[in-house]
Design a protein around this ligand. Sequence first.
Ligand SMILES: [Zn+2]
Length: 239
Amino acid sequence: MTRRAGLAPTRALIGAPLIALVLVLAGGACSGQRSGSAPGSGAAGGTGAAGTSTSTAAHTPARYVFPVQPSASCKASYGHFHHDYPATDIFTGRGCRFVAPTDGTVTEVARVDRWDPSSNRGADRGGRSVAIVGTDGVRYYGSHLERVASGIAPGARVRAGQLLGLIDNSGDAGTTPTHLHFGISWPTRPGIWWVRRGIVYPWPYLDSWRAGGSRSPARAVRAALAEAGTPEPPCRSGC
Ligand SMILES: [Zn+2]
């Protein structure tokens, strides 16, 4: 159930060289790489960096989906608070799906749960996790997964709603109710986990997406980055 046509071997092979370009595009305001190709068209032949950006004239509004699916059988609840830093813990059932909230490119994947309570390293608290950078320039991170979906690796392109992994209790969530830790941040180089875990509160956007809306966190993330003054500010809490 994890196979997707969009991750065929040919796409995977060309994916790696494209990641640098994708990241550059995602980091810019509106870099104008492509034209045509409506969101969701998923042209099987692939057209270079298709889907990573917008026309030079205007942004194509990003499409968003609630990151815990299927909504019919996987009830999800979350509050407006998170310990130490902005993020949202989405409580749901074990084995429910963490899906891409929007079109984007996978940037970081942890397939092995390395968390050890005796060391409690911040980098390992998420257990198994996936981060993507959306075509909106925003990074989305989900952790405490049971496993990462087949084909989900750095450089892989994903579509909104595509399976990234199954939700569980990996990392430091072993004794908590099952939840997806969901973080929204600006993109960084790999390993900057204290930014990746969350910079702005996701719940207002989750509210929108669950109701079928498409509220974008892009502006809030850009504002937060401007306020921080650097993409790699020091870790200040829960470090
Ligand atoms: Zn959390």
